[in-house]
Design a protein around this ligand. Structure first.
Ligand code: PEP
Length: 255
C-alpha cells in the first residue's frame, strides 16, 4: 500500500454523530473507485469497538489516536496496544504533535509505543513535523532527522505495517497549509531518510497533514512524493472528507 487517506477526528463528535459520519463514509467506500483507496478512520477511543463492528466487510480501516505500550498494568486512564487490537483496531497514531506538545511525549516513549503496537499486530502511522520557529531557524530537516532517528535507530520495524505523516506543526488546525513545494521537499527528504534505515521506502505511505481541505488537496496530492493525507478538521464533515479522498484517486493506477 503506497497511497492512503486518513481521518483524525481528535476529541470531537458525540456517539450518534460519530456513527452517522462513519456510516456515510462506509457507504461511499462501498463502490469503486473509492473502494480501491485505502482509508483509515481514527475516532475517539470510546467509539472504536462500535465502529469496528460497523466496518465488517468494508475496506475502511479503524485506528486509535493513542495507545499505551503493553498489555495490562496499573496505568490509570490508559488503554493498551493489546486492548486496542482486541477490539478490532488496525492502526495507531504515534507522535502526533498534540501528544508531543500537550502530553510531553518524546522519542524514547514513542519508540516503545511503536514496538508494542507492532508486536500486537497493529500498523503504526508515525507523525513528524517542525514548528514555525524551527522552520524559520532553518532547522526543518534536522528536526525531521531526529524525530525519525529517535524511534527508528536499532528498532526492528515491520515496514509493511508502518507509515509516516509529515505534519508541519504550524499548519495543523491553523488554516495555513504547507505549499506543494514545501511538502514535496519534506516528503522526498523523509523517504530518503527511511532508506538509510533499510526501509522499502517506495512502498511506505508518506501522508501530508496540516489544514488539508478540498481546495488544496489536488495540488498537494499532485506532488510525486505526497502519498495521501491525514485530515483533521475537514474530516469531520462527510462532503469535505470525501472531496479530499477523491482528489487522491488521481494517484491510483487505472484498473
Ligand atoms: C491533524 O490533526 O493531524 C491535522 C492535520 O489537523 P488539521 O487537518 O485540522 O490541520
Amino acid at each position: 500500500m503506497r497511497y492512503c487517506i486518513a481521518a483524525n477526528w481528535k476529541m470531537h463528535l458525540y456517539p450518534a454523530e460519530a456513527e452517522a459520519l462513519f456510516l456515510a463514509l462506509r457507504d461511499a467506500w462501498q463502490e469503486a473507485p473509492l473502494s480501491n483507496l485505502p482509508g483509515i478512520i481514527f475516532p475517539p477511543v470510546l467509539y472504536l469497538q462500535r465502529l469496528s463492528d460497523l466496518r465488517q466487510g468494508s475496506p475502511l480501516q479503524i485506528g486509535a489516536q493513542n495507545g499505551y505500550p503493553g498489555e495490562f498494568g496499573a496505568y490509570t486512564g490508559e488503554v493498551s496496544m493489546a486492548q486496542l487490537a482486541a477490539v478490532g483496531t488496525q492502526w495507531v497514531l504515534v507522535g502526533h504533535s498534540e501528544r508531543r506538545q500537550y502530553f510531553g511525549e518524546g522519542e524514547a516513549f514513542l519508540r516503545e509505543k511503536i514496538l508494542s503496537a507492532q508486536q500486537r499486530g497493529l500498523s503504526v502511522l508515525y507523525c513528524v513535523g517542525e514548528t514555525q520557529a524551527q522552520r524559520s531557524a532553518g532547522q526543518t530537516f534536522s528536526v525531521l532527522t531526529s524525530q525519525l532517528e529517535g524511534v527508528l535507530r536499532d528498532t526492528p520495524i515491520a515496514w509493511s505495517r508502518f507509515a509516516l505523516a509529515y505534519e508541519p506543526v504550524w499548519a495543523i488546525g491553523t488554516g495555513l497549509n504547507a505549499t506543494a513545494t514545501q511538502a514535496q521537499e519534506a516528503h522526498a527528504f523523509l523517504r530518503a531518510q527511511l532508506r538509510t534505515y533499510g526501509a522499502p521506502a517506495d512502498t511506505i505511505p508518506i501522508l501530508y497533514g496540516g489544514s488539508l481541505k478540498p481546495e488544496n488537496a489536488a495540488e498537494l496530492f499532485a506532488q510525486p512524493e505526497v502519498d495521501g493525507g491525514l485530515v483533521g478538521g475537514a474530516s469531520l464533515k462527510t462532503e469535505s472528507f470525501l472531496a479530499i479522498a477523491k482528489a487522491l484517486l488521481q494517484k491510483l493506477p487505472v484498473s
